[in-house]
Design a protein around this ligand. Sequence first.
Ligand SMILES: *Cc1c(COP(=O)(O)O)cnc(C)c1O
Length: 378
Amino acid sequence: MSVSSKVSSSVAPGSAVEPESVLRDDVLAMSAYHVADARGMIKLDAMENPYALPESVRKEIAFVAANAALNRYPDPTGASLQAILKSTMKVPAGVDLILGNGSDELIQVLCTAVAKPNAVILGVEPSFVMYRILARAAGTRYVGVPLQNDFSLDAPALLSAIAEHKPALVFLAYPNNPTGNLFDRGVIEQIIQFAPGIVVVDEAYHVFAQTSFLPDITRFPNLLVMRTLSKFGLAGLRLGFLCGAPQWISQLNKVRLPYNVGVLTQAVAEAVLTHAEVLEDQADQIRNARSAVTTALRSTPGVEVFPSAANFVLFRVPSATAVFDGLVRRGVLIKNLGGANNPLLNNCLRVTVGTEAENRAFLAALSGALQDAKNSHA
Ligand SMILES: *Cc1c(COP(=O)(O)O)cnc(C)c1O
């Protein structure tokens, strides 16, 4: 019997190949990253900048998009975008960049690059969930070291976990998501000096915190600093970048897909960054609104508020799920972290700072939702 007749007789046309027989067990066991349906809602769940770009900048975007060479592959390293990022973000001389389709992609590049057999990637809990998801997808073991009750770093626990697991990669979000706080700079420096591998300080919320480890890259050869334009006002564009010594960036570039940042993303990011002051002003408004929301939450009975250096505020209520549902009924979508299986986040909710009108609507809906929850409990 020929090979082809064997194949056609053993595999009936249309017979189903089961994913279970082909895919990795750990992939089958994973659940997909969940994105809530926000249609028709006041959307305060994903740390987006609530403001649109001014008409003049939008016209410029239309112009560069119309003139972009869509028939050509993009510049593989985004050299001209890199130059404008370096000057806008004050990247120190001698530090190189790698661009990503969002910083999520750079987390994936990092995890893939260190994924030797038995490699460990270490982070803190709670923190940004993509570290764990992408570490595991790359086949590495993820170790999450619990934060203290006030969400600060547990230095002795971290140093002993680093000594025990010898992580190839450590992720620290600065400020941290979902807690909003900035970790102690001295403890981070201790971790950088003690770690046997790379330490990535993820500064996704830099524009709201206004403090950075970028100038420290030249002091610490194993330090990489990651940024994104997403929280700055361009979440839809998908552009992140990682800064570090050339010896790291040139290696990481081998794992990056050649054309990962498209022609339109590069052109539009360049156009918008020439008006970075527009986004800076918006961030300024958001920082002021953050203070107002924090103050209002502090004076709301039954609410415990955690201080934030980001564009969101974490707070605790008597019953997170009841309050979350009450907000949804009133047309406001935030993030319920109560089900995150982390006792530190018990009954915690996270609200993104929006426009003044959105924040007012949220605070009014919250009063109603808290009242509902109280009545149903009584
Ligand atoms: C939102 C966020 C990111 C991901 O940003 P993208 O560039 O949109 O992929 C990375 N790190 C932290 C801590 C974040 O909160």
